[in-house]
Design a protein around this ligand. Sequence first.
Ligand code: COA
Length: 387
Amino acid sequence: MKIGIDQIGMATPAFYLDLIELAQARGDEPEKYTIGIGQDQQAVAPSSQDIVTLGASAANFLSATDREQIGLIVVGTETGIDASKASALYIHDLLELSPWCRALEIKEACYGGTAALMMARDFIAAHPQQKALVIAADIARYGLASGGEVTQGAGAVAMLVSTSPRLLALQDDSVVKSGSIMDFWRPQYTDLALAKGKYSTEQYLAFFQATWTRYQVETGLDLNDFAALCFHLPYTKMGLKALRTALPAVDEAKQAALKAHFEASCQYSRRIGNLYTGSLYLGLLSMLELDGHLQAGDRIGLFSYGSGAVGEFFSAELQPGFEQQLHAVAHQHLLDSRQRLAVAEYEAVFTDKVPYGPKDYQANSKYFAGPFVLTGVTDQERQYQRL
Ligand code: COA
């Protein structure tokens, strides 16, 4: 029985920051951001957008039949909006899913989306008549003028998992490594991540090398068996660094092909920034929609990394007719129609946030953009609305 991704969607706020302008404002060379880090633009989330509104927007592709058949909705996130109630329940409500459904939230830094996807695969193996909705949603915040500011971003990716998937069949070949390290974390008193930037980069590469090496031993496959590799992209240069460690194993023509596919996988991230849990899947979507050289039967390798840390390498096989499940034109329009914010306005939007406290809060309606918004908080209850 084939199980995998039948449909995939994305969402990102309607506002962005130009990173050349940010570099100038911070006194950095623009090439450091665009070449050294590999980012051109960054999504800016107003307080009316959170993981619920973004997650629900990403899943806007669901049909009435899908809504009936979804027996599991899992949100992978590290930008939780409540310590108890799962964001999946708010999304379940906004999307009007069937009540006969499990709804929960999963956390392990940027690995949460993959954990959710693997849980969905296991759920479908046990309940092949049903479907599972996986949502990877995050708002990456490091702070104004912080070392990580250039690697912020916001958005969500939604994936519908089922039997006979029309897009990608997940292979049962995961190699997973876990170990407690302090490379990136966020204490509960702050909405800004703490990161040991260089150390997290080293750990990402070490986890990739460890899982990729073991994967080859366990499966007997090597890089020549893969049409393309996709990486978790906290910033696109990070994935490139990992890819470069694997390339020497193959000839120059194969290296060039892998680099070209990788370049296609970076395009959405270059314009949106870090989605934390969603970044790997945004890269996958970017590659599928913009590459143009992939074909049914191709094996795609995926490396997921969540600081703290868990790393997983697995693969998926492109299914016949996969092109019909993609929406490149709509996604291009989504990105092109965003409003650019000047640095000063970005700073004001960044600072206007739902308070960590019991007071009522009203989000600024100037930044309301659909399909879903958080209008505010009343009596400590979050208020959502479809525009
Ligand atoms: N032209 C081209 N490249 C330039 C440049 C210029 N003018 N100036 C600097 N660079 C390059 C550097 O050589 C470096 O490249 P390298 O990594 O290939 O060596 C890159 O730009 C970044 O410069 P660096 O000085 O290392 O940046 P930084 O000290 O600001 O740190 C991060 C960068 C990514 C570590 C930092 O933004 C961060 O901490 N981010 C959050 C943590 C994170 O995302 N971790 C990822 C793992 S999950």
